[in-house]
Design a protein around this ligand. Structure first.
Ligand SMILES: [Ca+2]
Length: 379
């Protein structure tokens, strides 16, 4: 882990008693190392001519640092020591830069929030059987189960003004949906179809229609679908009430890439991949409450965010540009915004970065077939 390596390195440079910044955010650790390098150079030069702090690292106005072997041979103890310190610090700075850049996590300065709160974004004017939630380009999309295998999608602006509505479409339960940035289309999970499908809806047409269906096998009524935007993959959470539940990743043709078991978090209501982690929105009945479970892409539970909304949850969405998360709830139908914006949890265990080998093997053996799931359904 680059963060650990940086800290270990700073331990060696600074000594055990000297305070240091944590490895998150990386930029701070790097800056901390540079500041201390400058201090070290300044201390080395004490007794000689005053040394400015800034040019030592940048190289402007100062003799470029000589290799360690040759600096010892140069005349003038102060200059040589300064060169030695500056050269060492330059090497350290380059090493730090190399160590912190390749981390898979995006470079973010924000710290993980200690708590999240939820406030109403808008009341959903449609009183129908609200199910899924998606967001793109400032527009909220809400899906409704009309019954009889039909569903409807209604688009709202940030204030809840209706912008567009589809006619009845063969979306079934319209469980949950997500916008795929690669094509701007809505991907709507339909567990009523047999086999279950993800219906792809083009809202850009004057009369929106289902333009494609992606078979996803047999999933439960409570299954939900989100989008892993970075890898352009469909992410499903599926299972009967009470579990077992699976986190399932498919390519955009419905081919099963992997499936891992995850612990029971309650009745599934929504899912999206945000900042590289899975946000699973679920409802619990006793006491009536909702929560968002943050999972790694390998299915490890990283955090549970309480959602103090007593009515049933309905859909989760996120703005990929800002990681602003929205959730739906019914009775009455409404959309709520999570505050502050989501920041990925630190992944502290290397185990959570590794796929469950048993589940992964099962997924490969099952080929294109999703795990058959039977039992009570809800959502
Ligand atoms: Ca969604």
């Amino acid at each position: 882990m680059p963060g650990l390596a940086v800290n270990d390195l700073l331990d060696g440079v600074l000594g055990p008693g000297e305070p240091r910044r944590g490895s998150r955010p990386n930029g701070e650790a790097q800056r901390g190392g540079l500041v201390r390098c400058r201090s070290a150079v300044r201390r080395t030069a004490e007794g000689g001519s005053p040394v400015s702090t800034t040019p030592e690292i940048g190289g402007g106005g100062v003799t470029p640092p000589a290799p360690v072997g040759s600096s010892a041979r140069s005349a003038g103890g102060v200059v040589a020591s300064r060169r030695l310190a500056a050269g060492g610090c330059l090497v350290l700075a380059l090493l730090l830069a190399w160590l912190v850049v390749p981390d898979a996590a995006p470079a973010r300065a924000a710290a993980t929030p200690t708590a999240y709160t939820f406030s109403q974004q808008f009341a959903v004017g449609n009183t129908g059987n609200m199910q899924g939630l998606a967001f793109a380009g400032g527009t909220h999309y809400v899906s409704f189960d009309l019954g009889g295998g039909q569903g409807r999608i209604v688009a709202y602006d940030a204030a809840g003004r209706e912008l567009q509505r589809t006619g009845p479409l063969p979306l079934g339960h319209a469980n949950e949906m997500s916008v795929r940035p690669a094509d701007g289309l809505l991907y709507v999970l339909n567990s009523d179809a047999s086999p279950s499908v993800v219906d792809v809806v083009d809202m850009g047409r004057a009369t929106p229609v289902v333009v494609r269906t992606i078979p996803v096998g047999k999933v439960t009524h409570g299954a939900v679908v989100g989008m892993n935007i970075v890898d352009d993959q469909l992410v499903l959470v599926t299972g009967p009430t009470g579990g077992p539940y699976d986190l399932v990743v498919l390519d955009m043709t419905g081919h099963l890439l992997r499936s891992v078991g995850i612990p029971d978090q309650g009745v599934t209501q929504g899912v999206e991949v945000v900042d590289g982690q899975v946000l699973l929105y679920t409802s619990l009945s006793n006491p009536a409450r909702n929560q968002i479970t943050v999972l790694s892409m390998a299915g490890a539970v990283l955090r549970v965010i309480p959602v103090p909304v007593a009515s049933e949850g309905e859909g989760l969405s996120a703005d990929p540009a800002t990681d602003q998360v929205y959730i739906g709830a019914n009775s009455p139908n409404r959309v709520l915004a999570m505050s502050p914006r989501f920041v990925a949890e630190p992944v502290v265990s290397t185990q959570s970065l590794t796929l469950d080998p048993v589940a992964d093997t099962m997924a490969r053996q099952q080929g294109d077939q999703l795990p058959a799931v039977l039992g009570a359904e809800s959502g």
